[in-house]
Design a protein around this ligand. Structure first.
Ligand code: 5GP
Ligand code: ZN
Length: 113
């Protein structure tokens, strides 16, 4: 089982930022910005953005709707960045599709994760 599946199963504790039937968002254990939350589907069905196909539209849409809700709830009115690292060479370490939400850095132009 991957580390995110263990978190979803409750085997590894995490600080939750959002949860519904299909989506979980947790505060990153190694934050790269004042706000750093990772959004994932509860089902381990895709590795990264490169795997997304039209039939995945519903779950991907739900993840992005959750990102938007959390950003609104946290008052991230100065903007935020969404990152998907696709492949180990791009820095991906957990092969369970997820999107990083990063916010709160004065200079949003530098690489954040
Ligand atoms: P990736 O490098 O695959 O794009 O992102 C994986 C992220 O998961 C990293 O930012 C890493 O800090 C985070 N992470 C890895 N293990 C854990 C964990 O056990 N708990 C939490 N909250 N985050 C984790
Ligand atoms: Zn998984």
């Amino acid at each position: 089982m991957c580390v995110f599946c263990k978190i979803i199963a409750g085997e590894i504790p995490s600080k939750k930022a959002y949860e519904d039937e299909d989506v979980l968002a947790i505060y990153d254990i190694n934050p790269q910005a004042p706000v750093h939350i990772v959004f994932m589907p509860k089902e381990h069905l895709l590795t990264c953005a490169d795997d997304i196909r039209p039939e995945n539209a519903e779950i991907i849409g739900k993840i992005f709707a959750a990102i938007s809700k959390v950003a609104k709830d946290l008052g991230l009115k100065d903007g935020y960045r969404i990152i998907n690292n696709c492949g180990a060479a791009a820095g991906q370490t957990v092969m369970h599709i997820h999107f990083h939400l990063l916010a709160g850095k004065a200079d949003m132009s530098e690489r954040m994760v």
